[in-house]
Design a protein around this ligand. Structure first.
Ligand code: PGA
Length: 265
């Protein structure tokens, strides 16, 4: 399966000109061979979507958020349809910065995921535990993530495998320079895949990792092939499956560094 690398620019850069220039550089760094094993998504701030969409050839366009209604009196919001018509393919939903700073609830996230899927966008749903939860151990973190999935994906079934992507982003690893270790991230990935394969989801969704990914550590996450305690204890069919990609924040704003991540894979 192709690795999915998502550049989450967050609220950067500060002008359309810089956004277009960064997008051009990144796009040119994506391998051109026919058999590309990597899919790159660039998710700029809303006002730069159109400009970036015009200059990218190999990357896909992503949005960082979406609203759940199609049109109407919703000041400040952007509908899935507007995004779709701008050429957006992927939309990031439920990022921890939105959950924390804007008090986005699981109920809101659920509506955003449903509306996006209905509009034909591919949803990248972010889940992940806080440091307080993780300090209680990986089992507590899994429980937390399982609950997020349950609420965020309530009544969502019958999806195609490639329509939903889960980004596992432990909150304490985002923007801190302290990434998770590949073994725990792989264990969590397998746990999420196993959860989604069972009812009511019955889905082979891709799971990507986010949290201080750089050119130095990307390969160790995306090609982690050691075993995890989860394999032996639970679902052996997942034993050889790893992390399907990365959601990259800070390192995606430096063209050279981001290109190095792509090259390292
Ligand atoms: P980071 O951000 O790579 O800067 O840690 C990741 C994210 O928030 O998606």
């Amino acid at each position: 399966m192709k690795k999915l690398i998502v550049a989450n620019w967050k609220m950067n850069p500060s002008s359309a000109k810089e956004a277009v220039s960064l997008a051009k550089k990144v796009d040119a760094g994506i391998p051109q061979e026919k058999n590309i094993e990597i899919e790159v998504v660039i998710a700029p701030p809303f006002p730069f979507l159109a400009g970036v969409g015009k200059v990218i050839r190999r990357a896909k366009l992503g949005a960082q958020d979406v609203f759940w209604e199609d049109a109407g009196a919703y000041t400040g919001e952007v509908s899935p349809m507007i995004l779709k018509r701008l050429g957006v393919t992927y939309v990031i939903i439920g990022h921890s910065e939105q959950r924390r700073l804007l008090h986005e609830t699981d109920e809101m996230i659920h509506k955003k995921v449903s509306a996006s899927l209905q509009a034909g966008l591919k949803a990248i749903l972010c889940v992940g535990e806080s440091l307080a939860v993780r300090k209680k151990g990986l089992a507590a973190a899994k429980n937390f993530v399982k609950n997020q999935l349950k609420k965020d994906l309530k009544n969502i079934s019958g999806l195609k495998d490639n329509e939903l992507i889960i980004a596992y982003e432990p909150i304490w690893a985002i923007g801190t320079g302290k990434s998770d270790n590949p073994e725990s991230a792989a264990e969590m990935t397998r746990f999420i895949k196993s959860t989604l394969r069972s009812k009511p989801y019955t889905l082979n969704a891709r799971v990507i990792y986010g949290g201080s990914v750089t050119s130095q550590n990307a390969r160790s996450f995306l090609y982690y092939n050691g075993s995890t305690s989860f394999d032996a204890a639970q679902d052996k069919s997942l034993a050889t499956e790893g992390i399907d990609g990365a959601l990259v924040g800070g390192a995606s704003l430096k063209a050279e560094e981001f290109k190095k991540i792509i090259k390292s894979l």
